[in-house]
Design a protein around this ligand. Structure first.
Ligand code: GLA
Length: 396
């Protein structure tokens, strides 16, 4: 696809109906646990996807973006096949909303934004959720956070064809500023954990972008997911009361280790131990203890590298370098893996020297420029678009 060069305003007509936005996310800890009923602890970060809605006179739904040239236009209640282009993300969400019976008047929706693409910071979920919010507002209705998150996940699983879990869509929808969101992905209950308790008030979250592109639609994520699900099925055969890996213990895994392939065994060991680390991270957050939180993060990285095997050389280098720098309490690969970003917990007074040293080391080792983002926790899409949605008439 060719990037679009024509300015947005030149391609738009109709009356402006509203502007909506959704953030990106970084996951602090709890990786690859969100499709087996486990725990995750992400927060929303200050990158945004913006959706602008306009009226149309042709009775159709039209999707455009600053990011790519192609424009897509469909009729209400059409069921078009996916095109493998960017527009599958918003169109998939539209189709899910129609399927729920939401009546959406015709519109033109234009997407723009600042979320780095392919960096593992959930540009996809940000597009899906902002589309859902904009179209719900246009239909003068609203839905609960978990319903929005689930329908966006279904759009991505079924229409885009990426086998992601629920974490990204949920946090992009429901996050609250100054908090991380601890989500139980089995029942979608969550707890908001303050980011500024005790000594955590003196820390910042630094995201470092390796520049190596990450994609869930690429095969590795799906391969890992199948290895995990195969292991989970064996565990359930042996322990019929077990609902999913979110409930399993290392002792149970050891009891059936000979029934699992070596790969499934390692993947499941990562997931079971990762759920424990999320619980430990929760305690550390509540105690305001960056040393404990950072240790859990760095241990999580070792498990992603050695057991889940979803890291890459560049990311391992960034983590190993980071944890030796002054002021860094912990570091790990964040998101799906096989590229993307690291997340670092850093003493605020040391952030400048930390990022400078990390960039210098990365350039020296790989001859690559490293982008770093110092991120506070921001509101998710529901909180930031509340004014639009409060004017909605009906709750489904
Ligand atoms: C991607 C997926 C999420 C989750 C993470 C790994 O971000 O979209 O659902 O599985 O990878 O934790």
């Amino acid at each position: 696809m060719k990037p679009s060069t024509e300015p947005f305003a030149a391609r738009q007509s109709g009356t402006h109906l509203g502007e909506f936005s959704a953030p990106a996310r970084v996951n602090l800890i709890g990786e690859h646990t969100d499709y087996t009923g486990g725990l995750v602890m992400p927060m929303a970060i200050p990158f945004s996807t913006v959706a602008r809605l306009r009226t149309v006179t042709d009775g159709r739904y039209t999707f455009s973006t600053d990011m790519f040239e192609s424009v897509r236009s469909i009729r209400p209640h059409d069921r078009p096949s996916s095109t493998r282009e960017w527009s599958d993300y918003p169109v998939g969400v539209l189709l899910e909303l129609e399927q729920r019976g939401v009546e959406i008047p015709p519109f033109s929706l234009h997407l723009s934004g600042s979320v780095p693409l392919g960096a593992g910071l959930s540009s996809s979920a940000s597009i899906e959720v902002v589309t859902a919010i904009a179209l719900l507002a246009h239909a003068t209705t609203t839905l609960q956070a978990e319903v929005i998150a689930l329908l966006c996940q279904r759009a991505e699983n079924n229409y885009v064809g990426s086998p992601c879990g629920i974490m990204d869509q949920f946090v992009v929808t429901a996050a609250r500023k100054e908090h991380a969101l601890l989500l139980n992905t089995r029942d979608l209950t969550f707890e908001l954990l303050p980011m500024n308790k005790g000594n955590l008030a003196n820390c910042q979250i630094v995201v470092a972008n390796s520049g190596v592109r990450h994609s869930i639609a690429g095969g590795d994520y799906g391969v890992r997911r199948r290895e995990v699900e195969a292991g989970q099925a064996k565990l359930r055969d042996r322990f019929p009361d077990l609902r999913d890996l979110g409930d399993a213990t290392i002792a149970q895994l050891t009891a059936c280790e000979h029934q699992l392939s070596p790969e499934s065994l390692k993947r499941c060991r990562h997931i079971i131990s990762e759920n424990e680390r999320v619980r430990e991270a929760r305690e550390a957050m509540l105690a305001g203890d960056p040393v404990r939180l950072g240790a859990a993060m760095t241990e999580a990285h070792a498990s992603e590298r050695d057991e889940f095997e979803c890291s890459i050389e560049e990311i391992d280098f960034l983590v190993e370098t980071a944890v030796d720098l002054r002021g860094c309490f912990g570091a790990r690969l964040t998101g799906g893996g096989f590229g993307g970003c690291t997340v670092n917990l850093v003493n605020a007074a040391d952030v400048d020297s930390f990022t400078a040293a990390l960039k210098a080391a990365y350039r020296e080792k790989f001859d690559l420029a490293l982008e770093t983002y110092v991120c506070e926790a921001v509101d998710g899409a529901l909180a930031r678009n509340a004014a639009h949605l409060n004017s909605s008439q009906e709750k489904r």
